[in-house]
Write a protein of this length. Sequence first.
Length: 261
Amino acid sequence: MNIKEYIRPSSLDEAYESLTKKEGAVVIGGGGYLRLGAKDIEVAVDISNIHLSFVNERKDLIEIGAMTTLREVEVNSAIKQSFNGILCEAVKPILGVQMRNIFTIGGSVYGRYGFSDVITALLALDTYVELYKGGRMTIEDFLNKKDNEKDILTKIVILKNRKGSFQSIRSTSTDFAMLNAAVSKHENNFKIAVGARPGIAKLSNKAMEYLNAAELNEENAVKAGEIAADSLEFGSNTRGSAKYRKEVCKALVKRGVLEVI
Ligand SMILES: Cc1cc2nc3c(=O)[nH]c(=O)nc-3n(C[C@H](O)[C@H](O)[C@H](O)COP(=O)(O)OP(=O)(O)OC[C@H]3O[C@@H](n4cnc5c(N)ncnc54)[C@H](O)[C@@H]3O)c2cc1C
């Protein structure tokens, strides 16, 4: 990776100004994914000097700064004790500790990677994404956003109301997930997200509606898995065929629902 100009601003104002005014400027989070290719980067805006690495626990929510590493997400006691530990479970299988010490939650969300375990878990929680210019929005709206306007993700805000379960299946440990799923519950309201389809994680609204009105038992957990598998689209790649992913979806959603109830 060749970087022509490297900037390390000390304020968000300065970072945003460089990002939007300089042609070809990109934000560097952990730089873990960016450096995979032999890219030429015109201007690298390194945001590691802006104090965006933090975890703040409030009464009803947890705020995670964009530069917080996935390792910190994994071991932070407030995050571990919230949502049934779903976020810790989601990041644990990602490569090794050394890489999780580099990857950031901001880069993981902003990258909108189809294989992401992080996005699947966050989508099943009541999660908000805060952008410097674009302000606060639900993670679902962020993922569906069509404009390509440059912005800086500053933090993730998660309400502490839900209990969750994260499930994934991998051919070998540390590989990308062949499929992942996250289920959460708050009172009688379920959220079911399925990712690595291999497209980006999506909620199965049909399975959620079914479960919200159903008696909570194993039979209905199985049914929710079947509805999720029928209502979402799956594709094929080297990690699995669409047909296989659809079958695995039934099992992962069922397991998630059973764990949560
Ligand atoms: C070999 C490998 C295996 C992986 N396996 C998995 C896996 O199994 N599961 C999984 O969930 N993830 C996996 N990942 C992804 C990883 O967890 C991170 O999501 C990824 O590296 C991006 O995080 P980063 O901090 O390195 O971001 P970077 O590489 O720095 O940036 C990624 C993108 O986001 C932009 N960006 C970064 N931070 C911000 C910000 N704050 N605001 C605006 N834009 C920003 C960058 O400009 C770039 O476009 C893997 C990555 C690699 C390299």
